[in-house]
Design a protein around this ligand. Sequence first.
Ligand code: AHG
Length: 338
Amino acid sequence: MKPVSLIQFLIEERRAGHINAELSLLIEVVARACKRIAVATGKGALGGVLGAAGTDNIQGEAQKKLDVISNEILLEANAWGGHLAACASEEMEDPQPIPDGYPRGQHLLLFDPLDGSSNIDVNISVGTIFSVLRCPDGVTEPVAEHFLQPGTTQLAAGYVVYGPSTLLVLTFGHGTHEFTLDREIGSFILSRRDIRIPAATGEFAINMSNQRHWEAPMQRYIGELLAGGDGPRGRDFNMRWVASMVADVHRIVTRGGVFFYPLDAKIRSKGGKLRLMYEANPMAFIVEQAGGAASTGRERIMELQPTGLHQRVPVFLGSKDEVELATHYHVEADGAQG
Ligand code: AHG
């Protein structure tokens, strides 16, 4: 089989009527920017890019130098192509308008430029996550409220993993597809078309150090997994936690599994740990398009009506059977409480 490049894939998607020329250009630009981020992360200590930037982002989290560099790369790449009305990022309080003098497009782009950045200094995989929305009709100067659209309205979502290989995983709502960066020719090449996540799994991902802070239904669900063959599930489960959502989700997209960042007593007032607009929604779209499920433990993530650009939510995603069971335990417990 002849290799299919990302560009060729995008042309096919246009011919199939799944995307228009502007969205195709947007994905090309994001992919090109991510190649630059891959180069920057790959240089490590030799590029002087490790360590803290000495600044905090809007969420009050200390920024790494590579958070700032990756954000700059994505903003600069997306400023001038005419495909965007505005961008929003984990690293910026407000959306960034397109600079004066450049044409404006119909799309809104949201991203977490470098997810899992606490892993950079220890040379563990990190990634970029992005989501694409349509700019509401008639809006020429988009502000935060114009981004507050449910995940079901996403036109595209993707992530790039900077790991042993650099991989792009992408959906336009017609399946989930993976591209591997051929570093010699500098192109993303289709490596898996129509990825499927099996409904059943024996592997889960959660930060167990938060166990004592979880809600009762989460305690019950994970307790049953840990009891393994001696418990009600009647079989053993394995656990993995990279603490880079992109890497954990990519494992699930590759061999199945289920990922949880539930509500716990420490983060209850914030609503969760992970961000809805540029982490949970795009990952939910990718996972659902691969046959998996994504919930907050109570509701389908993609049906939430966002209330803030940097809103946080609990995240359960991956193999359908496990997301549904953990969600069922939460809904049942809520019902019992009346
Ligand atoms: P950040 O974007 O600030 O690097 O956050 C990383 C996220 C996500 O990638 C990961 O799943 C989670 O935080 C890890 O959280 P813990 O450190 O609490 O395990």
